[in-house]
Write a protein that binds this ligand. Sequence first.
Ligand code: GLN
Length: 476
Amino acid sequence: MKRYHSLQEIREDIDAGKTSCVELTRYYLSNIKKKSSLNAFLEVYEQEALAKAEEIDKKIAAGKAGRLAGMVVGLKDVLCHKDHRLQASSKILDGFKSKFNATAVQRLIDEDAIIIGRQNCDEFAMGSSNENSAFGPVLNDVDNSRVPGGSSGGSAAAVQADLCLASLGSDTGGSVRQPAAFCGIIGLKPTYSRISRYGLIAYASSFDCIGIITRSIEDAALLLEVVAGRDDYDSTVSSREVPEYTKMLKTSKKYKIGYLRESVESKGVSDEIKKHTLKALELLKKQGHIVEPVQFKLLDYILPTYYILTTAEASSNLSRYDGVRYGYRAEGATDMVSLYKKTRSQGFGKEVKKRIMLGTFVLSAGYYDAYYTKAQKVRRLIKEETDRILSQYDFFITPTTTTVAFKIGEHEGDPLSMYLADLFTVQANLCGLPAISIPNGCDSNGLPIGIQLMTKSFAEQELLAFSKYMLELQTN
Ligand code: GLN
């Protein structure tokens, strides 16, 4: 079967009688088996997906199918899916089953998407390589000795290796964009509050966003259109109307684009990534867009601020895993405190424990003002400075990452160097802004490179249209 890039291609073939949902689902299921060594899926819903595909084929024949009919989707293991297991790739949620659907998942189902399985990720979405999963690392399909990125590594590798057409992941600091860049596909993080967080396992609530991983801009637009918008179960979600993104993907405007000067000058960014970024910027200039370097004075504060605030929020969010309410419970406890201690010591992995401890520290009475309050203030400054840039430019461009996909184990002894992988992506989360990573060629070893575009709150339609335009420029 041919490799489809968008739902539209699939629908054309279904309508022409060349394929069916059942055939497609079988195709993805066989790919999942063939590529099981990638470790992208924690669970595959074989029978269920096939039964659903059969049902949707009938709906299509009757002219009653939803907008996602024909789309086979995977879910990162942080999204509630009713009567299915959910464990954020952590031992602490062993045996836990969700009693309800996340709003985004419910909306996929309502529009007849076929959910094929639950995808591996970094434990509680903490990581940039998918090496922090209790179920082992995920491999990059381009080079199996390398990581797919993280934390939505399974979700990205699955789309990269054609194990499903699209995935829903989560992006707290880059977890959808960074793996998309490492895998040569598209990763969209919308504006904070654009998509309901109901049913998304919380990591750092003021940063968390459901994100979308696809092979085409059209599918990203369609999925956003389906899952975004008002939700009675999440009081923080925006009640703004959801535009028809899929109908606004054309643009012929001339834009003003700022790019981060440091990202093409700094020693910390690989030469090949700099070269590809500059080439993309040059191409835009040639088309008559205004392209200018921008200095972001607070760059050095981005990562510390992110890691202080997210660990603080995580330490609070993860206090609910106590051995009483969900999943795993340690044996041999003698009283309540020992039950908590044993369960949490045995249930959480190393990275998660480290972050809970860091978060507890920055929130502790003696250090609260020095770290937490200070970081909140710096977050505000970063937001103001970013908004100022975006009041002058339509898009702010950086490479998505400083390097291409690194080797498994490469950053093991040096966690700080791993945190640097997020240098360009966390800004959008600190500021609640929409950002996307799109493919920008490959390095000399064939490893994918991503380019990131960020824009103003709720300007997803321009972001998607301009991304499509940039991808078309690359191929023309
Ligand atoms: N790598 C970042 C972290 O570990 C981002 C994670 C995410 O976006 N979920 O916090």
